[in-house]
Write a protein that binds this ligand. Structure first.
Ligand code: SAM
Ligand code: SF4
Length: 329
């Protein structure tokens, strides 16, 4: 049981850890101009393997058992398999997951599974090459599709596809995704586009609510799965004729934050209490030596007092998140 608890009784057993801000894609809603470098922050670089190890040990001693590695694009880090191996060897880490754009997953799926990744989320907003290139600025649609097949063969306990709903770009794609899960045992989750510090105009133009997904699923005989206590924010829909499932993540829906079970750490060691929060603590100075562990744990526990009951996206407050490549989504 996690000892990390906030003032509202929510427990945090899940850490999302960004290992790099760098990304090789240019998703229109995230990094439309590509990764621009870290400016002054670059002096410090991203967390090194030892810093990551110390951080995750501290979190597991506070009851965290699930860690998701994200970015930027985590697989651009050359030592990524080594990070996975190191974290997999920490006894408290029971589930190690990653989120990836899958550009090299066809090649790496087996290695990552062997290194200790249990579950993998792949971001894919369209199932055809032309739209894929339009949205991501990248031509490697075929590599990504091969990556999905490789992930399914590699024996991960779960393979999920995340698709951001975009008005006029993929909001007519639900039937195509439905067809895909007919014989692929994957969960496709539609995520409502979120407003960040740098995508205001894009958000105004492309945001579309999840209601249309819900309606189409209802009309086609899909039923929502009963939610369990440890469930994340996605509502999952099932259909007896389909091997896969369809999920919906609607961050603007009422009560979305009530089931929050995760904390985030940026690639430079910043603790984030909410995807749309303001920075809570710089953990990096406490990641330099093994003997700092108790101090580090106390800092994480104390920081939790500042966690608010929910985000304030409705009021136009999206925190210090210029784009989700900073916090890993
Ligand atoms: N590069 C990796 C990838 O794309 O899977 C990991 C990082 S990416 C920031 C994590 C997730 O955030 C992706 O599924 C992406 O589609 C999603 N994302 C990025 N910006 C978003 C936004 N403004 N609204 C909703 N989802 C977003
Ligand atoms: Fe890169 Fe992921 Fe952002 Fe796309 S969503 S630009 S793949 S970090």
């Amino acid at each position: 049981m996690s000892t990390l608890q906030d003032r509202f009784g929510r427990r945090f057993s899940y850490l999302r850890l960004s290992v790099t801000d760098v990304c090789n894609f240019r998703c229109e809603y995230c990094l439309p101009n590509g990764y621009q470098g870290g400016g002054n922050d670059n002096r410090y670089g991203f967390l090194a393997l030892d810093e990551i190890r110390r951080l995750v040990i501290a979190f597991t001693e506070l009851g965290t058992w699930k860690v998701r590695l994200t970015g930027g694009e985590p697989s651009v880090r050359k030592d990524f398999p080594e990070i996975v191996r190191t974290l997999n060897a920490i006894p408290g880490v029971q589930r190690l997951a990653m989120t990836t754009n899958a550009y090299r997953l066809a090649r790496d799926a087996g290695t990552l599974r062997e290194a200790g990744i249990d579950a993998i989320n792949i971001s894919l907003d369209a199932l055809d090459a032309e739209r894929f290139e339009r949205i991501t600025g990248d031509r490697r649609f075929d590599n990504v599709m091969q990556g999905i097949e490789a992930a399914l063969s590699a024996g991960f306990s779960s393979v999920k596809i995340n698709a951001v709903l975009l008005r006029g770009l993929n909001d007519d794609q639900l039937p195509v995704f439905m067809e895909f899960v007919r014989d692929h045992p994957v969960s496709v989750r539609f995520i409502e586009l979120m407003r960040t510090g740098t995508n205001a105009d894009y958000f105004a133009q492309r945001h579309v609510g999840g209601a249309m997904v819900r309606e189409m699923l209802d009309e086609n005989g899909w039923t929502a799965r009963e939610r369990g206590p440890g469930d994340g924010p996605a509502v999952e829909y099932l259909h007896p004729d389909y091997r896969g499932t369809i999920g919906l993540i609607a961050p603007y829906a009422p009560g979305f934050c009530d089931s929050c079970n995760r904390l985030r750490v940026t690639a430079r060691g910043g603790l984030r209490l909410c995807l749309f929060g303001h920075g809570a603590a710089d953990l990096r100075p406490l990641l330099q030596h093994d003997h700092q562990r108790e101090e580090l744990k106390a800092c994480i526990v104390d920081s939790l007092f500042a966690k608010t009951p929910g985000h304030r996206l409705h009021e136009g407050d999206f925190g210090h998140t210029p784009h989700l490549a900073m916090t890993g989504g």
